[in-house]
Design a protein around this ligand. Structure first.
Ligand code: SIN
Length: 534
C-alpha cells in the first residue's frame, strides 16, 4: 500500500512551504515533517529577509554584497535571480499575511547585518522566521490540495534505478520516499515530483544555533540516491550565540550589531576595529574567525556583545524576544554586555541544483538550506537564506508543475525490514551521536588543518561502518535514521574540506592560508566518493 500525490515535500520551512503553496495550484501536495509541522530552522530565524526596498539601495549593490561575501564562488546567475526576484516574493509574503515591523511612515522597517552596505533587511521584530512560518502554515492549511503529515521521518528516497522493476533503458528519476510513521511502520509515499526541503545539518557539530531537526537528512538521502552534492566544506559559524550553561542553541541576532552593538573582549577592548574595515559589521566568516582567534589566544570562554550604549526602551521594543530570553538567564542586555561564542549555523553547500531547484536526479528537487543553488558561494550573506527559500521555492514550483504528465506506473517494493529485530544496543546510537558531534567540533571547525581533517576522516569511516551494521540489524527508529544522516553529512563535509587546498570564505585551513585561483571551482561529490577517500 502506498500514498500517492502529485508533489511530495519533505520538510516544512520557508522553502518547502513556498513550494507547496504554489504547487497546490496545480495538484495535490503532501508536506511531511519529522516533528511538528512548524518545527525547523525557519521558525528560529531572527534577523530577517534581505531584499532591495529603499530608493537609496539597488539590485547591483545587493548583488555586489552577496558576491563579496561569497568569496568568488557564487554562481552569478543564481545571485541575480534571487536579488531581482526578491522584492516580488516579499510582496507575496505580505499578501499571505506576514506582518513585518513597520516605521511610523508606514513603510517596512529595514535593518542591517554583517556584510550589507545598505539597510535592506525586512524583519518582524526579532522573530522574523516565526512570523513567516506562521503565515505560510496558515495559508497552506487553507488550501484543500495540501495535506500535512507531521512526526513522519523520511528514511530513504525511492528512485527508478533502485526500484526492482526498473527498466534498464528508462532514464532514472525519483519516485518518492519511504517514511517511518508515528505507528512505527514504514510507509511508501509516491509522487510525480519529490522536493527535499529538510534544512541544514547544524547537529553535526557539538555547538549549534540550529534546532534538533537539523541532521542533514536531505543531503544524506540525496547522496545515497546518487544526486550530486556541492560545496559541503562551507559550513557557516554564526559569531554570536548566547554563552550560558543552560542556554541551548540560542542565537543573538546579527541585527544587534546592525543596530550598533559592539563586540568586546573581557578587558573592554572593541577588537573588531583591528580585524576588518567594516569592524563589527564585517562578514560572518571574518567575525567568527576573529572571535575564535581571540578565545584561543586568551583562553577565555567567550567574548561580549555590548548594547549598553543604546536606549533601553528602544532595545526592549526592537529585540523583545532576545531581551526576554537573556533576562530569563539573568542577563539584562540594556545594562550588561551579553556573553557570546560562535556556533555552527548554516550549511552553504548542499544538494546541487539548477536555477529551478532541480537536482541531478530527474523529478527530485531541493530548496532552502539543503540545496546548493550557488547563491551563497563560499559564505552566505546574512538574511539571504529566507530570501533564497521563497525565491527558489517559487521557481521550483513553476518547473515542477510542468512535470505533471510523469507516469506513476512503477510500483516500488514495499519496505523490507529483512531480519531486523528491536535493538538491545541503543547505547551505540547515543555514543556515536556524541562522538561525531564532538570530533566535528574539534577537528572540522572554524580553523582546520590537514592532520585534523584526516583524523576526522579515519574516525568517521569506522563510525559509519558501525552505524551501517546497526541500521540493517535492528528496527529502524528516528534516532538511527538521524544518526546515519549526520554521519554521512559529516563525512561529506570532511571529504569536501580535504579536497579544497586553499582558504576561501568559510573554509580556513592553516596549511593553505590563502585563496588560490586554481581552486576557484565547486567541490562536487557523488555516490561512491566517500567510499573512495582521497
Ligand atoms: C541572525 O539573525 O543573525 C541570523 C540571520 C541569518 O542567519 O541570516
Amino acid at each position: 500500500m502506498s500514498q500517492n500525490f502529485d508533489f511530495l515535500v519533505i520538510g516544512g520551512g520557508v522553502g518547502g512551504l513556498s513550494f507547496a503553496l504554489k504547487a497546490a495550484r496545480h495538484g495535490t501536495v503532501a508536506v511531511v515533517t519529522k516533528r511538528a509541522r512548524n518545527e525547523g530552522a525557519t521558525r528560529y530565524a531572527q534577523g530577517g529577509i534581505a531584499a532591495v526596498q529603499s530608493a537609496d539601495d539597488s539590485f547591483e549593490e545587493h548583488i555586489e554584497d552577496t558576491l563579496t561575501a561569497g568569496a568568488g564562488l557564487c554562481r552569478r546567475e543564481a545571485v541575480e535571480v534571487c536579488v531581482r526576484e526578491g522584492p516580488e516574493r516579499l510582496r507575496e509574503l505580505v499578501a499571505c499575511g506576514v506582518q513585518f515591523t513597520h516605521r511610523p511612515d508606514g513603510s517596512i522597517d529595514l535593518t542591517r547585518e554583517g556584510g550589507h552596505k545598505k539597510r535592506r533587511i525586512a524583519h518582524a521584530a526579532d522573530l522574523t522566521g516565526a512570523e513567516i512560518e506562521r503565515a505560510l502554515i496558515a495559508s497552506c492549511e487553507a488550501s484543500p490540495n495540501i495535506t500535512f503529515f507531521p512526526e513522519c521521518t523520511a528514511v530513504e528516497l525511492i528512485t527508478l534505478e533502485k526500484a526492482a522493476r526498473a527498466s534498464l533503458h528508462a532514464q532514472n528519476r525519483c519516485l518518492g520516499a519511504y517514511f517511518l510513521m508515528p505507528t512505527g511502520e514504514i510507509e511508501t509515499f509516491l509522487a510525480k515530483v519529490t522536493v527535499l526541503a529538510t534544512g541544514g545539518a547544524g547537529k553535526v557539530y557539538l555547538y549549534t544555533s540550529n534546532p534538533d531537526t537539523a541532521t542533514g537528512d536531505g543531503v544524506a538521502m540525496a547522496y545515497r540516491a546518487g544526486a550530486r552534492i556541492a560545496n559541503m566544506e562551507f559550513y557557516q559559524f554564526h559569531p554570536t550565540c548566547l554563552y550560558h550553561p543552560h542556554a541551548k542553541s540560542f542565537l543573538i541576532s546579527e541585527s544587534l550589531r546592525g543596530e550598533g552593538g559592539i563586540l568586546r573582549l573581557k578587558s573592554g577592548e572593541a577588537f573588531m576595529k583591528r580585524c576588518h574595515p567594516m569592524a563589527d559589521l564585517a562578514p560572518r566568516d571574518v567575525v567568527a574567525r576573529a572571535i575564535d582567534s581571540e578565545l584561543k589566544r586568551s583562553g577565555e570562554p567567550c567574548v561580549f556583545l555590548d548594547m549598553t550604549h543604546l536606549a533601553p526602551a528602544y532595545l526592549i521594543e526592537r529585540f523583545p524576544h532576545i531581551y526576554a530570553t537573556c533576562k530569563s538567564f539573568g542577563i539584562d542586555l540594556t545594562r550588561q554586555p551579553i556573553p557570546v561564542v560562535p556556533a555552527a549555523h548554516y550549511q552553504c553547500g548542499g544538494v546541487d541544483v539548477d536555477l529551478d531547484g532541480q537536482t541531478t536526479i530527474p523529478n527530485l528537487f531541493a530548496v532552502g538550506e539543503c540545496a546548493c543553488t550557488g547563491l551563497h558561494g563560499a559564505n552566505r550573506l546574512a538574511s539571504n537564506s529566507l530570501l533564497e527559500g521563497t525565491v527558489f521555492g517559487h521557481r521550483a514550483a513553476l518547473r515542477a508543475s510542468t512535470l505533471l504528465d510523469t507516469p506513476m506506473d512503477v510500483v516500488p517494493p514495499v519496505w523490507d525490514p529483512g531480519e531486523a529485530v528491536p535493538s538491545d544496543e541503543s547505547v551505540l546510537v547515543s555514543h556515536n551521536w556524541e562522538e561525531i558531534r564532538r570530533l566535528m567540533w574539534n577537528y572540522v571547525g572554524i580553523v582546520r588543518t590537514d592532520k585534523r581533517l584526516r583524523r576526522a576522516e579515519r574516525r568517521l569511516a569506522m563510525l559509519r561502518e558501525e552505524i551501517r551494521e546497526y541500521y540493517w540489524r535492528y528496527n529502524v527508529t528516528r534516532d538511527v535514521v538521524e544518526l546515519r544522516n549526520i554521519a554521512d553529512t559529516a563525512m561529506l563535509i570532511v571529504e569536501s574540506a580535504l579536497r579544497r587546498r586553499e582558504s576561501r570564505g568559510l573554509h580556513y585551513t592553516l596549511e593553505h592560508p590563502d585563496k588560490s585561483e586554481a581552486c576557484r571551482h565547486d567541490t562536487l561529490l557523488t555516490r561512491g566518493d566517500l567510499e573512495r577517500p582521497l
